[in-house]
Unconditional design. Structure first.
Length: 272
């Protein structure tokens, strides 16, 4: 394996991605909305309801549908605190997974499809690297970027969530062990899922937008997790986070094996 060539391709991909507004803007906007604005909105919602003279009956109805395990986790909080903790700790957990999935997908979509649009793919394919080196480099760049953005966003969210909820809860309540597992175990797996699918798709797409639209279907499993939690079918506990991580890592392994076996630079040269 040509480590120097792999690292050179990774640096080039990351440099190009940073200079591409279509890649950078979604990576900036989504964390600002979810991890900066959202905590303050949800932490202020009970106060706004009281000022408006409305009750918190809706949150009671929502929590009534939740599994017993979640109700036990929230049992030590007041009604206002339950709304804040449920929103910031549990409801946002599956939504957090959209971030590494989106980052890895956007950068991976730009890997080969973007090279085609910039007319730089032919030169890249004739570099003295093996198919394995080239495929590894394309995966590694997107994966590193997704993990870095996810970890940075997690730190920012932890600060924002505790600061926003301090007036009601009066102590640090975030993160819990479920979130630690989510960030350290599930996030890398989700990022891997997004990039393996998108590198495979973008190698066959005609442009960045085509690749991103086709590969965007990979977000469906995360949406199902969100629907499952909001509907009360399940909730993100430590056990669920560990189990979801195992399933996604296994899926990553299967897709990675299939994509690596299917990847041939000769086919790309022909298509190019």
């Amino acid at each position: 394996m040509n480590t120097r060539a792999i690292l050179a391709i990774v640096r080039k991909d990351l440099k190009v991605a940073i200079q591409n507004k279509g890649v950078v803007l979604p990576i900036i906007i989504l964390p600002l909305i979810l991890f900066v604005a959202f905590p303050w909105i949800m932490a202020s919602a009970p106060s706004w309801a009281n000022v408006a003279g409305t009750s918190l009956s809706n949150i009671d109805e929502l929590l009534a549908r939740m599994p017993a395990g979640l109700l036990n986790e929230l049992s030590g909080y007041t009604q206002e605190q339950q709304m804040i903790v449920f929103s910031l700790v549990y409801m946002l957990a599956p939504m957090f997974l959209i971030l590494p999935l989106m980052v890895s997908s956007v950068i991976a979509a730009d890997s080969f499809a973007g090279e085609k649009e910039r007319k730089t793919l032919e030169a890249l394919l004739y570099t003295p690297t093996t198919d394995r080196d080239l495929f590894t480099a394309k995966l590694l760049g997107a994966w590193i970027a997704a993990i870095a953005v996810a970890l940075s966003s997690f730190v920012i969210y932890a600060i924002m969530a505790n600061a926003a909820g301090w007036h009601s809860i009066g102590r640090i309540f975030f993160p819990n062990w479920m979130w630690i597992a989510l960030v350290l175990w599930v996030t890398p797996a989700v990022a891997g899922l997004g990039l393996v699918v998108m590198v495979f798709v973008s190698a066959r797409a005609q442009g960045f937008q085509d690749a991103y639209q086709i590969g965007g279907l990979v977000v469906l499993p995360v949406l199902l997790l969100m629907v499952g939690q909001i509907s009360g079918v399940m909730y993100f506990s430590l056990g669920v986070a560990l189990a979801v991580g195992i399933v996604i890592w296994l899926l990553d392994a299967v897709l990675l094996w299939f994509a690596s076996k299917s990847f041939r630079r000769g086919e790309l040269i022909t298509k190019f």
